[in-house]
Ligand binder design. Sequence first.
Ligand code: NGQ
Ligand code: ZN
Length: 461
Amino acid sequence: MTNLFATDALLASGWAREVLLQWDDAGRLTAVQAGAARPAGVEAAAGPVVPGTPNLHSHAFQRAIAGLTEYRGAAEDSFWSWRTLMYRFALKLDPAQLEAIAFGLYVEMLEAGYTSVCEFHYVHHDQDGRPYADDAELALALLRAARRAGIGLTLLPVLYQTSGFGAKPPGEGQRRFVLSTDSMLRLLECLQPACAAQGARLGLAPHSLRAVPPDALREALAGLTALDASAPIHIHIAEQTQEVDDCIAWSGQRPVAWLLDHTPVDGRWCLVHATHMEPDEYRRAAASGAVAGLCPSTEANLGDGIFDLSAWCAGGGVWGVGSDSHVCVNAAEELMLLEYSQRLATRRRNVAANAAQPQVATAMTLAAVRGGAQAAGRPVAGLAVGQQADFVVLDAAHASLAGLEPSQMLAGHVFASHRTSAVQGVYVGGNPRVVAGRHAEHAQAVAGFIDARKQLLRDGA
Ligand code: NGQ
Ligand code: ZN
């Protein structure tokens, strides 16, 4: 199939009627024609067609501990006590388990309306912290998982060198993550052809200012730019107040301010979380063109704090969403949680709507697709000629959607489908990956995931 007719479709300009979508063999849209007649033989979508959401932040392996850290361990559980448990688990993982977990996860993502994923990949070495015979062993497992699931991929190998500001040596629990800057640049060179072969984009993720000293950051960015001047760069930043305090103690500056003053931050960058910023940091970071990588369900789960979406958008900031630790794998639910965090903090409603788009679910979907595509560094910015044919057909028969206007259907999907899925079909590069709500390999993917988790738990994780 190389075309589809949508009675209603969400284009960058808003909802359109009678839209004929056509794409080429490479899966790129060649025509997006509103007000078209349906040509004979062209299939009609069973519900409104919306662009697929890029998932801009994922640590695939963490899917296997989602739900397993929800008990009180210390008197004061925190992000940091969660991290200790997560590290314990990360130390057990083998390549086959990582591939099975990632494959299961990517199938779940597709079924939940994500059509591509940015994988922030930092477990590089074996359980003892020794490099695998092939440095790319675990990265290649992720590439295979994405290819088998049929999800678009941006692979972001992570640079991780220190356990805290001021070049604190890495801890034992971080032994699988640590790479020298030279090893990282070699890894990128060796991954580039493998990524290109499956249409994946390769970028780089300095883990955080805590984990990468200034010299290494500078050298790694120079090396990446020499390899690919427009490659995406993602960094965790200002997620926890402890990190902000430590950064001030080290440099006299808050993390986002430090980054903006010491690094040429631009549209290649995705600032993951960026939860704790002062008004001036909101203004400057938004103006830099960087994407704010918001992960509402994980940020809530880990007790990070609340991003100020209004301040970001007032400065013209671009944003997208990620499922990060995968306590929630559902593009619509991330948007709902983001909007609800704003409502709770400001005691207002429809915070993410704007003058051009008063329908909040529509406005948020368009924003997350645009920002997600920018962060992914791939042509996945929605239903427009030249972009990939990555889209979702909503289930017009779902109880929350049936009989409504298309913008109301999307609102029903985002705010009122209460954890039942209103995703009917999902196309990636024009290929139907999800049909009638199911991926063709759903059963194998789930079974493989459960088996890998069972093995890991048996090993005492
Ligand atoms: C990560 N996750 O790299 O998986 C981090 C925790 C850290 C989130 N920040 C580790 N959500 O930040 O040191
Ligand atoms: Zn993360």
